[in-house]
Design a protein around this ligand. Structure first.
Ligand code: PHB
Length: 396
């Protein structure tokens, strides 16, 4: 089989890129190692940047999101027992974020993909990337067919690696073509999902002497809460009661009083712990003329920038097939300019809101000064807001 682009990974990134390419008239296949149900069963982040919601609208897959999602025009920064609202909508000239699970986005993209009759392979085994550096890259995989195991080969112009940090794409990039930069934070996030009404109608980020806490949600009846925990903590150490008690201790008094607790439906040292624990960015994955794998950065604070992450390769591939190779030839540089800004914001917000175990004198005072500045300076609030809703795509 031959396609223009082979997308490895059928999560939100792979499916979004698939839809972008379809819109640009580019022929692509999505190859996913897991089953459709498995992909849809993953617990993922739940807040989308404005750029992502705009993109989903452009692709014609935003209808359910607008019906079921919750638009948030602000958030609360809590410290010293008080709330400080950051008016995202006003500070960004009308932008906002959307509470709508990434899993739901994936669901909508999958539906659109099947409705358009586009090919996705699920449960592909032994996925491998070949001739990565050459003119004719290939993806091979095996699949159970009526005659037992069948071998498949997809030849393409580009392989788009959308299978995450631990996926086969990154592992296949020749050593030396990849540089990793990471920041490991000395703490994690313990997360809980519960069918209780959210304690506040907007997200609340709390800086507290006991550690960071975040009140988020998935809907009017489903809450998502996180508390900063130590790196060696274990979920087994946390009963639901212990979690709620710790959360209550970190919240401002009125929220602590109004917090509705209930049995957890999921509790983990969340995958977000990894996102939070490390920020990765990769420097050129440019090897060979025509084939590049791409990979963006993990981010732990703020809405998920996944949509924007796909917009760029989608646009550059569309340009390439329309006859202009300049963009795709500079893919790494163009992409990394953006990625590092997302990493920078995440690092800044993480540094501002968490308790750093080794810092007791200077660090907390700098945090306090910065928080004070942030809520009193319109310029500083606006900077937080414009990064939080997602920086606009720059021209290249
Ligand atoms: C979440 O709801 O999982 C969430 C929301 C905002 C963040 C991080 C995680 O900054």
């Amino acid at each position: 089989m031959r396609v223009q682009v082979a997308i490895v990974g059928g999560g939100p990134a792979g499916h979004l890129l698939g839809q972008l390419l379809h819109k640009a008239g580019i022929d692509a296949i999505v190859i996913e190692q897991r089953s459709r149900d498995y992909v849809l069963g993953r617990i993922r982040a739940g807040v989308l940047e404005q750029g992502t919601t705009d993109l989903l609208d452009e692709l014609g897959v935003g209808a359910r999101m607008h019906r079921e999602g919750l638009v948030h025009g602000g958030l609360s920064l809590d410290f010293g027992g008080a709330h400080h609202r950051i008016d995202l909508h006003q500070l960004t000239g009308g932008k906002q974020v959307m509470v709508y699970g990434q899993t739901e986005v994936t669901h909508d993209l999958m539906d659109a993909r099947s409705a358009a009759g586009l090919k996705t392979v699920y449960e592909a085994e032994h996925v491998s990337l070949h001739d990565f550096d050459g003119e004719h890259p290939k993806v091979r995989y095996t699949q159970h067919g009526i005659n037992g195991k069948e071998e498949h080969e997809v030849e393409c112009d580009f392989i788009a690696g959308c299978d995450g940090f631990h996926g086969v794409s990154r592992a296949s990039v020749p050593a030396g073509a990849l540089q990793t930069f990471e920041r490991i934070y000395p703490f994690g996030w313990l997360g809980i999902l519960a069918d209780t009404p959210p304690v506040s109608h907007e997200l609340v980020y709390t800086n507290h002497a006991r550690g960071f806490a975040l009140c988020s949600m998935r809907s009017h009846t489903r809450s998502r809460y996180y508390v900063q925990c130590s790196l060696d903590d274990k979920v087994e150490n946390w009963s639901d009661e212990a979690f709620w008690d710790e959360l209550r201790r970190r919240l401002a008094p009125d929220l602590a009083e109004n917090l509705v607790t209930g049995p957890s439906i999921e509790k983990s040292i969340a995958p977000l712990l990894q996102l939070c624990g490390r920020a990765h960015a990769f420097r050129p994955a440019v090897s060979g003329r025509r084939c590049r794998a791409y990979r963006a950065a993990h981010r732990c604070q703020g809405p998920e920038p996944g949509g924007q992450r796909c917009a760029l390769p989608g646009a550059l591939l569309a340009e390439f097939y329309a006859g202009s190779e300049a963009g795709i030839d500079n893919y790494s540089a163009i992409c990394l300019r953006r990625v590092w800004k997302a990493v920078r914001f995440s690092w800044w917000f993480t540094s501002l809101m968490h308790k750093f175990p080794d810092e007791s004198g200077f660090g907390p005072r700098i945090q306090a000064a910065e928080l004070d500045y942030l809520i009193h300076s319109p310029a500083a609030s606006a900077s937080l807001a414009e990064n939080y809703v997602g920086l606009p795509l720059e021209s290249w």
